[in-house]
Design a protein around this ligand. Structure first.
Ligand code: ADP
Ligand code: GLC
Length: 480
């Protein structure tokens, strides 16, 4: 039995701010249980809903040296859908209303978390073959493993994998602070280790010291080796190219399934969507106060409202787009200027635009089900899960050809009648608008063609089973 421990800062159903939580929560269920014992460890945030914290079992506690301090580490455990989850408890660090906020504070708490993950292992009696680390918050785990923990028999043979879900966030602060908080010796802070552009960089540490590196699509794995997408680490990623692979994300088809989804008004499947899907649209039009018209094309957006997702393109042509015969439904939170931009258009085109500036699992499902098309013109996109959800609900993605969007949405080819969505290449607002208008044309003038695309979109398989096998191969390769 190969033992794997996932370490991450978020995980569904306990705590989620984005796709990372979906991946960490759904992938462990998809490994072959005859050969792999995959467990997960995350912080025990105070903002995890009570329905879960109540069911957690207290295991033990101890005090751990970290930086110049001695800090409490509590351990809780819970089995959920067949997977064992561990939770690191420390109310000083994890009592915020959200998992992240102030960067310096986040840095300190995730340095603590990274060391605590290793320190609890002998206490819980779980000696993994591999620790699979996700994003900068866990970047110091591979570093600590090769540093002080290396002298112990318990830790010496543990391998580590670093998965990059988003290279934009690296956990960066000045060297002195990172050195003090982590307690790592001076010689770790050189440009071949944790130092990058004179600062301390946690993700860089993970990338340098992990035994293997992955990211969440093939295209993003290639892109990040180039300066435009490399966020300053492209040189390092080129140097480690032999140990870097792209494995495209999947989604949990038990959670995101138009046939069984309890959050949507009218379930449907690949056979009856032509008649049944639209009932979700009219119900949502009514709920959100838009014109109720089954024929009107609805374009959905469910997203963090950040530069990454291409919202400046949308802002630039929104007025033009609103002249078309479409409705636009937005669900998201993030940068204030984008929140206000959508509020403004919601006010200006009240019966056409609905801006919902909050977080809601339920409304997200309704939008995936109700919309005809799903807009995601990202500047960069490591993988993207929203377009996979849209595809499975027969809602055709309109995307920019980057990262995982390029790998998962096959562009419509009018002549060969192939494709599952619409895409454009350059980061240009009018190229995007042209692409949206092409989709409008097919939707209104060639409905049979549109519906055949929906057939193909719903038939596309982005469940985890193919990608879980690729992670299994990677683990096998690492531990033989
Ligand atoms: P990222 O991780 O970069 O935010 P992904 O496409 O990988 O992008 O994943 C986003 C996830 O977060 C999807 O599950 C999406 O449905 C969800 N999501 C984003 N914003 C909201 C919101 N305001 N309400 C509900 N779900 C949201
Ligand atoms: C990140 C990326 C997103 C990816 C997700 C899960 O948040 O922005 O593209 O799908 O991680 O891997």
């Amino acid at each position: 039995m190969k033992k794997i421990l996932f370490a991450a800062s978020e995980c569904v159903p306990f705590i989620k701010t984005g796709g990372l939580a979906d991946v960490v929560g759904s992938l462990p269920k998809c490994f072959d249980k005859r050969y792999f014992d995959v467990r997960v460890i995350i912080p025990k945030y105070l903002c995890i809903p009570k329905e879960y914290t109540e069911k957690m079992e207290y295991i033990d506690n101890f005090y751990m040296d970290i930086g110049n301090d001695n800090k409490y580490v509590g351990i809780f455990k819970m089995k959920y859908e067949g997977i064992t989850f561990y939770f690191i408890d420390n109310e000083f660090y994890f009592s915020g209303a959200k998992p992240y906020g102030d960067l310096l504070w986040d840095l300190e708490k995730f340095i603590y978390f990274s060391k605590a993950v290793l320190s609890v292992l002998p206490v819980i009696g779980f000696q993994p073959d591999i620790i699979h680390c996700h994003d900068w918050q866990t970047g110091l785990i591979p570093v600590f493993l090769k540093e002080r923990f290396h002298n112990s028999d318990f830790f010496r043979d543990i391998k580590s994998v670093m998965t990059i879900h988003n290279l934009k966030f690296q956990g960066v602060w000045d060297v002195d602070t990172v050195r003090t908080l982590s307690g790592l010796p001076d010689y770790f802070f050189t440009p071949d280790k944790l130092e990058a552009y004179k600062d301390g960089n946690l993700l860089k540490g993970g990338i340098v010291f992990a035994d293997a590196i992955t990211t969440v699509s093939y295209t993003y794995a290639e892109e990040i080796k180039m300066p435009f997408y490399g966020e300053g680490l492209d040189g390092l990623l080129r140097a480690r190219a032999n140990d870097l692979r792209g494995i495209v994300n999947g989604i949990d088809y038990d959670e995101y399934n138009p046939t069984t989804d309890k959050l949507i008004v009218n379930p449907y499947d690949a056979r009856d969507f032509r008649k049944e899907k639209v009932k979700n649209k009219t119900a949502l039009q009514e709920e959100l106060g838009l014109d109720v018209d089954p024929k009107k094309m609805m374009i959905g957006i469910v997203s963090r409202l950040t530069d990454q997702k291409g919202f400046d393109l949308i802002a630039y042509v929104m007025d033009e787009l609103c002249q078309d015969n479409v409705q636009i439904v937005i669900l998201g939170t993030g940068e204030e200027r984008y929140e206000n931009m959508f509020r403004h258009f919601d006010w200006k085109y009240a019966n056409k635009v609905s801006a919902n500036i909050y977080y809601s699992e339920a409304l997200s499902h309704k939008i995936y089900a109700a919309s005809d098309a799903f807009l995601m013109p990202s500047l960069f996109e490591p993988c993207g899960l929203s377009q996979l959800m849209a595809l499975h609900y027969g809602t055709l993605p309109i995307v920019r050809e980057t990262g995982g969007l390029k790998d998962t949405v096959e562009p419509y080819n009018e002549y060969e009648s192939t494709g599952t969505g619409f895409s454009f290449m350059n980061y240009n607002a009018h190229e995007m608008l042209g692409c949206i208008r092409n989709a409008e044309r097919i939707y209104y003038d060639r409905k049979r063609e549109w519906n055949k695309m929906v057939d193909r979109a719903m038939a596309a398989d982005f469940s985890w089973h193919v990608s879980a096998l690729k992670y299994q191969e990677l683990y096998d390769w690492l531990i033989g």
